[in-house]
Design a protein around this ligand. Structure first.
Ligand code: MTE
Ligand code: MO
Length: 424
């Protein structure tokens, strides 16, 4: 008797007519011959491995070396004011490791240490205050998982399918667990009586980098769920994400998530800074622009299969997987279409979605090997349904850049190769 298999399991597999085409188990077993990877002593079991302390801070194994941020060189004139993209096609679950989370800098990432860090609160407050890093650590803090999406995510796709990969079409997003002090706690430390009626007040937030990336935030949001964060995924923020302190503005466009946060001014009007007038406003067909489009509407994308993630196993069981999110709250449902939006199946959520955080979805399906036009469509707790590209264009024309949350289509060939196409 073959010593490596329990008889029951073996006879089950042999007895199944579906071994080759219908079962997920492939390789030598399916072909009925011994697999040397199972039956023979392997090299890595013949000697000892690497000791502890070889890598005091661990890095991904070399076999995963292609799971990295990537940029698109022609998009920007220089990498100093530029963006790169999270390899969402190769990740699973929902948390983005900081090391491969997209970066967006307007004047480069700066090295600012905790000792030199200061946060000033001024303007219409009872007592202007300056906090050191250790002051922040003495205030009550919370943990929350949120997505951060640049408003320009998918911005290159308005006029037609352009970039061939979920990393490039949808990778200006990351999702981390933040530890931080609610902004309302800091504002109350400074005192808001001087501001009078808070209903029409704003805060102006800026960073310590040369660009400062100043943005105005309505007081209502500032007192709601905004965090002054100093940890992400349990550890210190990486330099590129704003070490030592960044603002987290849940559900709102990434540009407002000021990194290297240095100043918060309570004001009676919006500042109308560069970043909220000439940038991060949405141009309509007739040339006028809408502003104050802060919330990121519900959106989703299939991460696998996708252009960088071909189907390599042929017909049979197939897991279609992707990400969905909404700046308005929880994702309640995700539908997947294999025929370009004619018919839809409801996907399974990896777990009940967190509010304003990435939600993983799966469609556990059977691929018959014929070409597919894969789409996903997200629905959030407000009942909002992710729109088609044509529905968005009816309102916004083709000259927009920001806030493109349209349904994405991947064409998958009989060979399992996926490509970015447009089904409007
Ligand atoms: N101080 C500062 N904050 C900033 C920026 C910047 O250039 N400087 N870029 C903004 C933009 S446009 C985005 S999308 C997010 C990106 O955050 P990340 O680099 O951690 O991905 O940071 C925002 N905060
Ligand atoms: Mo951004």
């Amino acid at each position: 008797m073959d010593p490596v298999f329990k008889p029951s399991r073996r006879s089950f597999l042999r007895g199944s007519a579906a071994i080759a085409a219908g079962s997920a188990a492939g390789g030598a077993l399916a072909q009925g011959r011994p697999d040397p990877k199972i039956t023979e002593l392997q090299d890595w079991a013949s000697y000892t491995g690497v000791g502890v302390d070889e890598t005091p801070y661990g890095m991904p194994i070399k076999f995963e070396a292609d799971v990295v941020r990537r940029n698109v060189e022609w998009l920007t004139a220089s990498p100093i004011s530029s963006i790169n993209f999270t390899p969402i096609h190769a990740l699973d679950g929902t948390i983005t490791p900081q090391g491969c989370a997209f970066e967006r800098h307007h004047s480069g990432a700066i090295e600012l240490n905790k000792q030199d860090y200061r946060l000033m609160i001024n303007g219409l407050v009872d007592q202007p205050l300056v906090f050191t890093y250790s002051d922040l650590e003495r205030l009550p803090r919370e943990n929350h998982v949120y997505f951060c999406e640049c408003a320009a995510n998918t911005g290159m796709e308005w006029a037609g399918a352009q970039l061939n990969g979920a990393q490039f079409t949808h990778g200006m997003i990351h999702n981390m667990e933040y530890t931080g002090v609610p902004l309302r706690v800091l504002l109350r430390e400074a005192g808001l009586a001087a501001a009078g009626d808070l209903a029409d007040k704003w805060v102006y937030v800026e960073g310590a980098d040369a660009s400062s990336n100043g943005r105005s935030i309505p007081m209502e949001k500032a007192l709601d769920d905004v965090l002054v964060a100093f940890k992400a995924n349990g550890e210190a923020l990486r330099m590129e994400h704003g070490y030592p302190v960044r603002l987290v503005v849940p559900g709102w466009e990434g540009n407002m998530w000021v990194k290297w946060l240095r100043r918060i001014e309570v004001t009676d009007t919006a500042v109308e800074s560069r970043e909220e007038t000439s940038k991060y406003t949405d141009v309509y067909e007739n040339g006028t622009a809408r502003k104050w489009t802060w919330v990121m509407d519900a959106k989703s994308v299939i991460t696998s299969p996708s252009p960088q993630m071909a189907i390599t196993h042929g017909a049979g069981p197939l897991v279609i997987s992707g990400l969905a999110w909404s700046g308005h709250g929880q994702i309640t449902r995700v539908d997947v279409s294999k025929d370009g939006g004619i018919t839809w199946e409801t996907a399974r959520l990896g777990k009940q979605g967190d509010t304003k955080a990435l939600t993983r979805f799966y469609l556990d399906t059977h691929w018959d090997g014929s070409p597919m036009l894969l789409q996903s469509r997200a629905i959030d707790e407000t009942g909002y349904v992710q729109p088609t590209k044509d529905q968005l264009r009816e309102m916004r024309g083709e000259n927009s850049v920001y806030h493109n949350n349209c349904i994405q289509t991947w064409f998958v060939s009989e060979e399992g190769i996926a490509e970015n196409v447009e089904v409007s």
